[in-house]
Design a protein around this ligand. Structure first.
Ligand code: ATP
Ligand code: MG
Length: 445
C-alpha cells in the first residue's frame, strides 16, 4: 500500500477523551473513530489488525477441531424466555421491537440460539462431540463504556459452544479450549494467564478467565509470578488426546492465579513470598463448563448408546476479538507509539523514502515494494513528499515491527537500512538482503 493512496487519518494532538494509552494510540494512529458511546467505526488500519486477529482465532479454533458458522446479531426474545435469561439479563440487553411488534434483542451472547440450532438438527450421541463457534458482533449496553474498544457496547467476540454426551467428554472440550486459547494468544505476542474465575450470568461451576497483565486492566489479580514464564511454544498438540491436553492444562493452572472474585488469602499465603504478586489484568477470554443448564431448560437431548435420552452436556467459550487490539497495545508500546507483534501487525514492514522525488531513491523504493510483494508481503510505503522526521514519527506511531529506510546517501554505497521498531536497532544491507531478511522473519506466519 502506498501511503499517498491510503486512508490513514493520523492525529497530531492527543485526544482529550482517551484515558489510557491503547485508546489514545488507536485514535492517533487513525485506527478507529467513535460513532456513539462504546460504538466505533474501524478505519482501514484498525480494520486490518482486527481481521488479522480474527484470522488467528479462526485458524486455532479449526486446528482444535471446532467448526465455524455464523449466527445473526438479532435474536427473538422468545428463545431467551425459554432459558429464563430474558428477564435476568437486565439493562445490559438491548431490546428491540420490530414493526410487527415482535420482541427482539441484539445478542449479548448466543447460548440460547446455538442450543436451538442443536435441538433442531442433532438427535444422537453418534453426532457428538461437536463444537460450533462464530465470530460475530455483540451488543451489551454497558453502564460505563470506556477505554475505547476495551469496554465497548458493540464489540466483536468469538464465542464457541461444545456439545458432548457426558461430563468427561465436556471437560475434555473445556481443556481443548484452554489449550487452543493459549496458542491463540501466544501467536498474537501476548502472555494471557488462565485464572480461576467466578461464572456470572452465563452460569456453571468450572470457569477460567484469560488475563493479560497490565496496569490499566479492570480486574485485580493475584498470582505466583512463575506463571508468567510458562510457554506453550511450538509443541505438537493432538487435540484428540485427552491425557495430553489435560496435562497441558494442569501445567498452566497449578500455580496460583486468580481474580479478586475467587481470590483466597489463605491459599495465596502458601505461595513463596518472593513469587507472590498482586497486579491488574485485562480479561481477553473466558471458558465455561456449565453442563445441562441450557439443554435441560430448552430440551436439547440426545439418544445415548444404551438407547436412553439425556440432555446434552455443554460449555461456552469466548474471546474478546476487538478488545484484544487494546490489550495488545497496552502490553506492547513505548512513548512514540504502538509496537505491533509480528503476528498481528497491519503491515509486515514499512518503507520510508528519505528523499521523495530523487530518481534513485524512488526507484529503489519501488523495487523493494515489488520484491516484497512478490514474496507475499504487503509493505506500507511512505511515498509522501514529507520531511524524514515526519515520516519516522508516523511509522513509530503506527508501530510496524520493521522499517526499511531508503536514502540517496545509503544507495550510493548500495545499502538501505533495516530497523526494528522494538529495539530501535538498525542494520545496513543491500536492498536484496533487506527483502530476504523481512521474508525470513515472516516465514511461516
Ligand atoms: P467483563 O467482565 O469484562 O465485562 P464478561 O466476563 O462479561 O466481560 P464474557 O461474557 O466472558 O465477558 O465475554 C467473552 C469475552 O468478550 C471477554 O473475555 C472479553 O474479552 C470480551 N468482552 C466482554 N465484554 C466486552 C466489552 N464490553 N467490550 C469489549 N470486549 C468485551
Ligand atoms: Mg468473562
Amino acid at each position: 500500500m502506498r501511503l499517498t493512496r491510503y486512508f490513514l487519518p493520523v492525529l497530531k494532538e492527543n485526544p482529550a477523551e482517551a484515558q489510557i494509552v491503547s485508546h489514545r494510540y488507536m485514535l492517533r494512529a487513525g485506527m478507529i473513530k467513535q460513532q456513539a458511546a462504546g460504538i466505533y467505526s474501524w478505519l482501514p488500519l484498525g480494520y486490518r489488525v482486527l481481521r488479522r486477529i480474527e484470522e488467528i482465532v479462526h485458524q486455532e479454533q479449526v486446528r482444535a477441531g471446532h467448526i465455524p458458522l455464523l449466527m445473526p446479531t438479532l435474536q427473538p426474545a422468545d428463545l431467551w424466555r425459554e432459558s429464563g435469561r430474558y428477564d435476568d439479563y437486565g439493562q445490559e440487553m438491548l431490546r428491540i421491537t420490530d414493526r410487527q411488534k415482535r420482541e427482539m434483542l441484539y445478542g449479548p451472547t448466543n447460548e440460547e440460539m446455538i442450543t436451538d440450532i442443536f435441538r433442531a438438527h442433532v438427535n444422537s450421541y453418534k453426532d457428538l462431540p461437536l463444537t460450533l463457534y462464530h465470530i460475530q458482533w455483540k451488543f451489551r449496553d454497558e453502564m460505563r463504556p470506556r477505554f475505547g474498544v476495551m469496554r465497548g457496547r458493540e464489540f466483536l467476540m468469538k464465542d464457541g459452544y461444545n456439545f458432548d454426551v457426558d461430563r468427561d467428554s465436556a471437560l475434555h472440550a473445556y481443556n481443548r479450549h484452554m489449550v487452543s486459547y493459549l496458542r491463540t494468544y501466544e501467536r498474537m505476542g501476548l502472555t494471557a494467564i488462565p485464572m480461576r474465575a467466578a461464572s456470572g450470568p452465563i452460569g456453571g461451576d468450572n470457569t477460567h478467565e484469560f488475563l493479560v497483565l497490565a496496569q490499566t486492566g479492570e480486574s485485580e489479580v493475584f498470582y505466583d509470578d512463575r506463571v508468567t514464564g510458562l510457554k506453550l511454544g511450538a509443541r505438537d498438540i493432538d487435540y484428540d488426546d485427552r491425557a495430553q491436553v489435560a496435562k497441558v492444562c494442569e501445567e498452566f493452572t497449578t500455580l496460583y492465579a486468580r481474580t479478586d472474585e475467587t481470590h483466597d488469602e489463605a491459599v495465596f499465603a502458601g505461595v513463596p513470598e518472593a513469587h507472590r504478586k498482586v497486579g491488574r489484568g485485562i480479561e481477553v477470554g473466558q471458558i465455561f463448563y456449565f453442563g445441562t443448564k441450557y439443554s435441560e431448560s430448552m430440551g436439547a437431548t440426545v439418544v445415548t448408546a444404551d438407547g436412553s435420552r439425556v440432555p446434552v452436556e455443554m460449555g461456552s467459550h469466548g474471546i474478546g476479538v476487538s478488545r484484544l487490539l487494546g490489550a495488545i497495545i497496552e502490553a506492547s508500546h513505548d512513548d512514540k507509539g504502538i509496537i505491533w507483534p509480528e503476528g498481528v501487525t497491519p503491515f509486515p514492514v514499512g518503507i520510508v523514502n528519505l528523499k521523495q522525488g530523487d530518481g534513485a531513491a524512488d526507484a529503489a523504493c519501488e523495487g523493494l515494494y515489488k520484491a516484497l510483494a512478490a514474496r507475499g508481503l504487503e509493505a506500507l510505503y511512505d511515498d509522501r513528499d514529507e520531511r524524514a522526521g515526519a515520516k519516522f514519527a508516523t511509522m513509530d506511531l503506527i508501530g510496524l515491527p520493521w522499517r526499511i529506510t531508503v536514502g540517496p546517501r545509503g544507495l550510493a554505497n548500495g545499502v538501505v537500512e533495516v530497523t526494528s521498531r522494538r529495539t530501535g536497532e538498525s542494520e545496513e544491507m543491500s536492498p536484496e538482503a533487506a527483502v530476504d531478511r523481512i521474508a525470513q522473519i515472516y516465514a511461516g506466519r
